[in-house]
Each structure stands twice: as structure tokens, then as C-alpha cells.
Design a protein around this ligand. Structure first.
Ligand SMILES: [Zn+2]
Length: 59
């Protein structure tokens, strides 16, 4: 059973709680939460968060 990804990202990336959904960088206190498709995805920085938002918009 293959779960659909979010905004073109593989689900295993999106589901990871400890790394950035965009660049896979370990999350630290600068993490940014972005809600995509009703799910909360975490990015390591505002730049990556912006990429997630743009990906959602173009999806
Ligand atoms: Zn990142």
C-alpha cells in the first residue's frame, strides 16, 4: 500500500518528525511548522517553509 506524498514529497519524508521535509536537515529550535493538506509538516528554516507553501500552491 503506497501512501500518497504531499506536494511532491515522499510520504516517509513528510512523516519524519526530526528532519526537514524539504532538505532533510535535522530540525532544531529554528524549525518552522507549515500546514499542508491538513497535515503539519516541519521545515528547518523559513526558506524551506516557503518552498513547502509554494509547492502546495502549485499542487
Ligand atoms: Zn530545510
Amino acid at each position: 500500500m503506497a501512501l500518497p506524498g504531499i506536494a511532491g514529497l515522499p510520504m516517509e519524508r513528510v512523516m519524519s518528525e526530526n528532519t526537514c521535509a524539504v532538505c532533510d536537515y535535522p530540525l532544531d529550535e529554528n524549525r518552522v511548522e507549515v500546514t499542508i493538506g491538513g497535515r503539519t509538516v516541519e521545515a528547518c528554516c523559513e526558506e524551506c517553509a516557503q518552498k513547502l507553501r509554494e509547492a502546495e500552491r502549485s499542487a
